[in-house]
Design a protein around this ligand. Structure first.
Ligand SMILES: [Zn+2]
Length: 388
């Protein structure tokens, strides 16, 4: 591989030299060079490899599909959740990679749909995520075992059918050994790991630990180690914390520090069902980890005010190639607060908070400001997405 690259660079250099001699800097030069390249070079990138590159990542919190939500999505003999995502899809599509936490398993209708406390959701939830621009789902949650092994396998089968990367719960040992690494066109690879604090007391079937990743520092550390070898950036999803608490617990803070010490680039937290602030956590090697302790509910049937608020965290992964070291840094954290709007347990819709009118939510702008203050309390530079 190295030799092929060296030869390519040499040939590229000769071409540039020739082009510079024969042709003034006309716009066509580059195009002509490309066409004149011998065939074996066609797989090589046209631009030099020593340029800095960047991609954007977006993450949303829990999709917890209660019966009121799937009833609302019922369309004759099928389900369609797309209208609930209409207002947020343009934001979800606007990143290189978008990830979501699918808290309830999409075991499908044949298994019988169900709500709290043991959920089973329609396949159409997955289709709506795919259609809205989601590229990766994390499925290590306290509800992963709600429908048993059967629901997990059916869900995974559907994720595979629609070509969605899933991480945190697997169909076999071999499947769980396979790291989830997203290779982007920009030449930056990102590994996605996901773990949950537990499974609501439902025992993991014996000998089948691959069915759900449980938080275990040794296991997490070994996966991070492996991921760092194979990918440029590592994103760790943690399903943790105390439900309905607006600030992270000591245990969440300790785990975030542990992740930073292990060199994770970003920690995406969920489970409290309400938003918790974001912050930078410094690792023991001086590295900086972006931590979102809880992204709240993105879509659920929960009705308490703060449980209807969630959002999308967006950030940039920059690969510094210019000095040749290929180091990766996280920059430009941004947040889009969202609100689950509905009336009489129907007409569910995820609405960006900055767009809410007072008719949709009394004192909308006051609530929006309070959420902004809450999210940015430990990160004053956090920006809020308001365009589109
Ligand atoms: Zn949960």
């Amino acid at each position: 591989m190295k030799r092929v690259k060296l030869i390519t660079l040499l040939l590229l250099f000769i071409f540039i030299l020739l082009a510079a001699c024969s042709d003034k800097e006309s716009g066509q030069t580059a195009e002509q060079d490309k066409q004149e390249k011998p065939e074996q070079q066609s797989e090589e990138p046209a631009e030099p490899e020593n340029q800095d590159k960047e991609i954007t990542i977006s993450a949303i919190g829990d999709l917890l599909i209660h019966d009121s939500v799937y009833r609302d999505a019922k369309a004759s003999d099928t389900y369609n959740f797309m209208k609930m995502f209409d207002q947020v899809a343009p934001y979800l599509k606007d990143s290189t990679i978008t990830m979501a936490n699918q808290e309830t398993m999409i075991g499908g209708e044949e298994l019988g749909l169900s709500s709290y406390p043991q959920f089973n959701s329609p396949f159409a939830v997955g289709d709506a995520l795919k259609q809205s621009g989601v590229d990766v789902v994390t499925i290590a949650n306290n509800h992963t075992l709600d429908g048993g092994e059967e629901a997990i396998k059916r869900a995974i089968n559907h994720w595979e059918k629609i070509n969605m990367m899933y991480t945190g719960a697997y169909k076999s040992k071999a499947d769980s050994n396979q790291l989830r690494i997203y290779e982007t066109e920009e030449g930056i690879s990102v590994a996605f790991l996901a773990f949950t604090y537990g499974t609501n007391g439902l025992p993991v079937p014996e000998g089948k630990n691959y069915l759900v990743n449980l938080i275990d520092r040794q296991l997490i550390a070994s996966r991070i180690e492996e991921a760092k070898k194979q990918a440029d950036a590592v994103i760790l999803s943690l399903h943790f914390g105390n439900e309905y608490e607006r600030l992270p617990s000591e245990r969440q803070k300790e785990l975030a520090q542990f992740a930073a010490d292990e060199g994770v680039h970003a920690v995406i937290g969920h489970h409290p069902h309400v938003l918790q602030p974001v912050e930078w956590v410094k690792g023991e090697n001086g590295n900086k980890t972006l931590v979102a302790y809880s992204l709240g509910n993105f879509l659920s049937g929960q009705d308490e005010f703060y449980r209807r608020i969630g959002g999308m965290l967006k950030f940039t992964i920059k690969k510094n190639n210019e000095n040749g070291n290929g180091s990766v840094e996280i920059t430009s954290p941004k947040f889009l607060p969202t609100f689950v709007k509905y009336q009489n347990w129907s007409d569910y819709e995820i609405v960006p908070m900055h767009r809410l009118s007072n008719d949709e939510l009394t004192n909308a702008s006051k609530h929006y400001q309070e959420i902004k203050n809450h999210m940015a309390q430990w990160m004053p530079e956090l920006e809020f997405i308001e365009e589109k």
